[in-house]
Design a protein around this ligand. Structure first.
Ligand code: SF4
Length: 262
């Protein structure tokens, strides 16, 4: 696919009041309706559809930057949900602050109810080294789930070629936040993008760079669970190295547990 250039798009008002969307069937319909749109066109549609009830989730990785760079030209101030786990690299926090300063991002820092010290006291020190699923559940999944109750849709930077477990990610999916109750649309506008396309966009548009990107890191998450890539490794191989864990869980919310979790 061609990489769409960032451009200012007027956000037109819908011609007739849109009905309230809800549920998996509507997510499938939106996936079909938006399938042929360019990234800026799709984001403009999401803004029209969901207005103030739209957020974007980002840890300021490369894909997130592509989405944010387009979105800020379409609508300023869309809340950027950042999972402030207490374990980020200082470079990530500095990069976040730089983007707030330079791009005017409206970052919402989502924190777990427990501080790291309180979690250590309850579970023992360095839970991530023994049970990263519980640590991620406490510090990422639970805070995001709580925050998303306040929105109708959120944007991600997922790509289908990031790993096997993401190869079937739809353009729009429905995430149930409470069994049989509240839910939210998860919009994945980069599903068809490839890593080289993302890299090319960052370069051609001279986007700010996370300082660790050029030090051998692929995907960057919490510091204790992220290592540099070895030659030839896949971009996400440095996450949870030594564990059979591929996802923190925020993208698995609302899905039945897989028999062989990736
Ligand atoms: S990525 Fe690691 S440190 Fe961060 S929340 Fe998950 S297990 Fe904990």
């Amino acid at each position: 696919m061609m990489v769409a250039r960032a451009m200012a798009l007027p956000v037109a008002a819908p011609q007739e009041p849109a009905r309230v969307l809800h549920g998996a069937a509507d997510a499938r319909d939106l996936s079909i309706e938006w399938a042929a749109l360019s990234l800026p066109e799709l984001l403009a549609q999401a803004v029209v559809r969901f207005g103030d009830r739209l957020a974007v989730g980002s840890s300021f990785g490369k894909e997130g930057l592509v989405v944010l760079d387009h979105l800020r030209r379409i609508r300023a101030g869309v809340p950027v949900l950042f999972l402030e786990t207490g374990y980020h690299f200082p470079e990530t926090l500095a990069f976040r602050d730089r983007l707030v300063q330079e791009w005017g991002l409206n970052v919402q820092n989502l924190r777990a109810p427990q501080t790291v010290a309180e979690q250590d006291a309850e579970y023992g020190k360095d839970l991530f080294s023994r049970d990263p699923d519980t640590c991620c559940k406490n510090r990422k999944v639970a805070p995001l789930r709580r925050a998303l109750v306040g929105y109708d849709a959120w944007l991600t930077g997922l790509r289908r070629d990031q790993h096997e477990g993401r190869k079937d990610v739809p353009l729009v999916e429905w995430q149930e936040l409470e069994p049989g109750g509240t839910g939210v649309f998860k919009i994945n506008p980069l599903v068809q993008w490839t890593r080289p396309e993302v890299e090319r966009y960052l370069e051609e548009h001279h986007l700010p760079r996370h300082p660790l990107w050029d030090q051998g890191y692929g995907s960057i998450g919490c510091a204790p669970c992220t290592r540099k890539l070895r030659p030839g490794e896949h971009e996400r191989a440095g996450r949870w190295s030594g564990f059979e864990k591929r996802e923190c869980g925020i993208h698995l919310m609302g899905k039945p547990p897989a028999p062989d979790p990736l």
